[in-house]
Design a protein around this ligand. Structure first.
Ligand code: GUN
Length: 293
């Protein structure tokens, strides 16, 4: 059984991105510039945006964080987005989710120029992804693919069972793994799936992305399976300084001994999601997906 080390893969990717940025700046091109918009003061969002900012600095990107008050109106946010769409000094930007309830996330996502949508959430990028065209891939699915590639995990002809049908993880990863090059036979499970246990137990690869702590137990997993855990549920803990710890969607201690590969939480998929954002921003700066501006 191999524990997939997302921190190691992320560190290797950061070194690669830094080297590419150095080449760009040595040739006189500006460093890629990522902007993150954060509305309000949600604790987890502040942490995520802080990690993204730190990673930008590590790889040599320019990074700007726009912190807007909770009361920001949808119209005001749309104005900021229009300005970023038009700003030639900005290669890519993200609006951190969730947004306050008075703002429509869908309207905001659709207002972002798809050429700068380094989160890969715009329907144009989703549509291009599904059609197998160059696009910005959403961070978590892209991170999972990077881990499978790094560990040279054979996916062709394998039965991949994805649990959870969210727009940002389950549905895109199910689609991507069914595409040429990955060649999985994919089953996408959700809350209404019949015989879920039996279906998951038939998976050569299981991707748990339903957001329920320790949902996947040893009796649901086939011997030798590859298990990818996307869950990050915060639960109270008296053993940590912060007073909470992260649990995955997989009961790691009992599932791990049955696996050929498994991702831990934390330190598995999580560190790769920021890498994907960096890679998308680098591709945006190079005009690799939509051509040079
Ligand atoms: N909130 C949680 N994950 C993400 C993400 O990948 N991008 C954005 N913009 N917001 C998030």
């Amino acid at each position: 059984m191999t524990i997939i080390d997302g921190k190691e893969v992320a560190a290797a990717a950061r070194r690669e991105i830094s080297a590419e940025v150095r080449k760009m700046t040595d040739s006189g091109a500006p460093a890629p510039h990522l902007v993150a918009i954060l509305v309000g003061s949600d604790g987890a969002s502040q942490t995520y945006v802080g990690h993204k900012e730190k990673c930008c600095h590590e790889v040599g990107f320019r990074s700007t964080v726009m912190r807007l008050p909770q009361e920001t109106t949808q119209a005001e946010l749309l104005e900021k987005i229009a300005a970023l769409n038009a700003d030639v000094n900005v290669d890519g930007f993200i609006v951190q989710l969730p947004l306050p309830p008075h703002i429509s996330e869908q309207k905001i996502i659709e207002a972002i120029d798809q050429r700068k949508d380094v989160d890969g959430f715009h329907p144009v990028n989703t549509g291009r992804m599904i059609s197998g065209l160059p696009s910005y891939l959403p961070a978590t699915p892209d991170g999972i693919l990077s881990l499978l590639k790094y560990y040279q995990i054979d996916t062709a002809g394998k039965h991949c069972v994805v649990i959870g049908r969210s727009n940002i993880v389950g549905r895109p990863i199910a689609n991507l793994l069914s595409q040429k090059g990955w060649d999985c036979t994919v089953t996408l499970c959700h809350s209404r799936t019949a015989n879920l246990k039996e279906v998951v137990a038939s998976g050569d690869i299981v991707i748990a992305a339903l957001g329920r702590a320790e949902f996947v137990t040893a009796d649901m997993v086939k011997e030798g399976a590859v298990v990818i855990d996307v869950g990050i549920t915060r639960v109270p803990s008296d053993k940590t300084k912060s007073g909470w710890k992260l649990l995955g969607d997989v009961k790691f201690d009992e599932v791990a001994p049955k696996c050929s590969y498994i991702t831990p939480v934390p330190g598995g998929v999580g560190p790769m999601t920021i890498i994907s954002l960096m890679q998308n921003t680098l591709r945006a700066a190079r005009g690799e997906v939509y051509g040079k501006r």
